[in-house]
Design a protein around this ligand. Structure first.
Ligand code: UTP
Length: 479
């Protein structure tokens, strides 16, 4: 049997769903790869030893080759920024009515709210080898990012005596470590049934000719399919259906790397109920035209997130009558989703498009064309889906202004902006303000951290703190 026959036999013999689909699409991997413009992989396979081939075959069969049809049919056209721009409807911080929070609280009490957190990213900018969630971020406690979020969900579950579903999206890059991290920490006190780990898809990383790159001699290079993979994976894993069946109506969506992203947000849920919203995007005000942030805007009457580079200079500078920037609402990547809306989008057959980005990657190159080679840095093309592509098709999409200091502490980089240092400054500043509101002196405090199990907001803190009397100095962790 030659190498190519060996691959195709293996594919046909396999019983995995995806592979069956592959062989249904075409007789052999040979023609499949040719059809998808990937004949270079056949040439590569022919140069491998039988053992290497086996490993390579495994990698080939892990790919959903339908990806190529999808990108051919529905690649997002990021360059198309035509259409009339207008402002989105955004609830300003100063306009939040107290009645919102009552309606929102009732939904939490009634067990209608679930939380989804996306944690499948590769976190390359942070330069940490494990999943970002395992990173120790507690300024005093050293607790991990995952513990921080899990304790917020635990505090919420205790508050209403309801095990709030906590859905964590991982990827091949983060799944095993995330799961074992939670398990080895006894789920941080959560019930194991309330936590669901679900994996997003992986898609091939391409070169600029559209050919799949290799990450090693025997494996194809893949990347997670973007935070939008969350929608696809929630459906594929049956989680969306389960939430709907179990009577959940509202989904709070956050990214693992926003340490302060709240899971208990009665104003958000209340606003969604009041307006029958499909989606709400939490936004912060951009005050300088040059601030590089994706913006919530309307294009041809439909909400969408537009990268600042896609606004013209005039649009970027344009001011409203009150002197504020006309297009000023910066996306924080925190959303409310109506579960019915997500379900209807799925039921109507909607697929999120892929966007391309170019990144330096370390790819295996068969330098001498004899099966020997090594890795070198090349420009790879990653395809990713963005969750906010679900905005334009929503019947009711709104924005809600939040206070950066209270809810937004992103961890992206090893140093500089959005780094460990800025997260520590932001959490310290927030907890200090709670203490000051409670009348405590913070002069002798060098660092302060409050456990989400003690309080997740100033009002919760004020309910608890007056009962405490100790003098605070140095580094303090309140739990
Ligand atoms: P980022 O866009 O910041 O990407 O993700 P990243 O992978 O975490 O970091 P870099 O760019 O490699 O440094 C924003 C959020 O979306 C999640 C991330 O885990 C993070 O919470 N995400 C991103 C996914 O869950 N899957 C993806 O495919 C991409």
């Amino acid at each position: 049997m030659n190498e190519v026959q060996c691959i195709s036999t293996l594919l046909r013999e396999s019983t995995r769903d995806r592979i069956v689909k592959v062989s249904e699409m075409d007789e052999t991997i040979l023609s499949l790869l040719r059809e998808k413009g990937q004949a270079h992989l056949i040439e590569h396979a022919e140069m491998l030893s039988p053992e290497e081939q086996q490993a390579f075959e495994k990698s080939l069969t892990s790919i959903d080759w339908g990806f190529f049809d999808e990108i051919a049919a529905s690649d997002a056209d990021d360059e198309d920024v035509s259409g009339e721009l207008s402002e989105s409807v955004v609830l300003d911080l100063s306009d939040r009515a107290p009645s919102l929070s009552d309606a929102g609280e009732q939904a939490y009490k009634d067990g209608q709210v679930a939380v989804v957190m996306v944690a499948g990213g590769q976190g390359s900018r942070l330069g940490y080898s494990g999943p970002k969630g395992c990173y120790s971020i507690g300024a005093v406690s050293n607790k991990s990012v995952y513990q921080y979020h899990a304790e917020k969900v635990l505090a919420l579950s205790r508050r209403y005596q309801k095990a709030v579903p906590f859905l964590i999206m991982t990827s091949a890059a983060t799944h095993a470590e995330t799961k074992s991290f939670f398990e080895s920490h006894e789920m941080f006190g959560l019930e194991s049934e309330q936590v669901s780990f679900f994996q997003q898809g992986m898609v091939p990383t391409l070169d600029d000719q559209g050919k799949v790159l290799l990450s090693s001699k025997t494996s194809l290079m893949c990347n997670p399919d973007g935070h939008g993979g969350c929608f696809t994976a929630l459906v594929r894993e049956g989680l969306l259906e389960r939430l709907k069946r179990d009577g959940y109506k509202h989904l709070v969506y956050l990214q693992v790397d926003n340490i302060l992203g709240p899971v208990f947000d009665p104003d958000l849920i209340g606003y969604a109920i009041q307006e029958s919203a499909d989606v709400i995007t939490k936004v912060v005000e951009k005050t300088k035209p040059e601030e590089k942030v994706g913006l919530l805007v309307r294009r041809d009457g439909k909400d969408q997130i537009l990268e600042y580079i896609h606004l013209t200079e005039t649009q970027n500078q344009e001011r409203a009558e009150d002197g504020r920037l006309r297009y000023r609402w910066g996306n924080t990547a925190m959303h409310y989703w109506s579960i019915d809306y997500l379900w209807d989008s799925h039921a109507s057959g909607y697929h999120l498009p892929f966007h391309k980005s170019r990144k330096a990657v370390s790819a295996y190159a068969d330098l001498e064309n004899k099966g020997t080679g090594g890795n070198k840095s090349v420009e790879g093309i990653k395809h990713e889906r963005f969750i906010f592509d679900l905005l334009p098709r929503a019947g009711v999409s709104l924005g809600m202004e939040i206070s950066r200091e209270l809810e937004f502490a992103p961890l992206k980089n090893a140093e500089g902006a959005d780094s460990v240092e800025t997260v520590h400054e932001l959490t310290d500043g927030l907890y200090r303000s709670w203490l000051q509101a409670a009348g405590a002196s913070t002069d002798e405090l060098t660092r302060i951290e409050v456990s989400p199990l003690l309080a997740t907001s100033q009002s919760e803190f004020l309910e608890t703190w007056p009962k405490r009397t100790e003098k605070l100095q140095g580094e303090v962790y309140l739990d």
